[in-house]
Design a binder for this molecule. Sequence first.
Ligand code: SF4
Ligand code: SF4
Length: 118
Amino acid sequence: MNLLEKVEELSGQNLYACYQCGRCSAGCPMVEQMDLLPNQVILLVIRGDQSVVEAKTPWICAECYQCFTRCPKEVDIAKIMEALRLIKLRKNIDYIKLGELKNLPQIALVAGARKYTG
Ligand code: SF4
Ligand code: SF4
């Protein structure tokens, strides 16, 4: 299964629906911290470019669904970001080490464990 098929299976999204209008990226509140714009993530997955799996953007995504509300094709990018995180976490590569985190409220630790560790 190639990268596009994997992401489509995990996210339930049709990435070819995207026509790269950029409305998602224009409204994303996290875009300044990202190394790839949300619409660029889609393009790289379609091209099968594995560098997207190593990008920061899927981990920075706050899953706020702003992009989904702006997308004329109803592409749910938060689900695509989650699929990319899962592809990495399923290789047993944790994105953060929980033991090194200190002075965080319990709810942040639980949320961090769910999002950033496999
Ligand atoms: S808003 Fe939708 S169609 Fe436009 S670039 Fe983003 S995902 Fe693609
Ligand atoms: S769900 Fe993620 S990519 Fe979409 S607008 Fe929010 S932070 Fe940006």
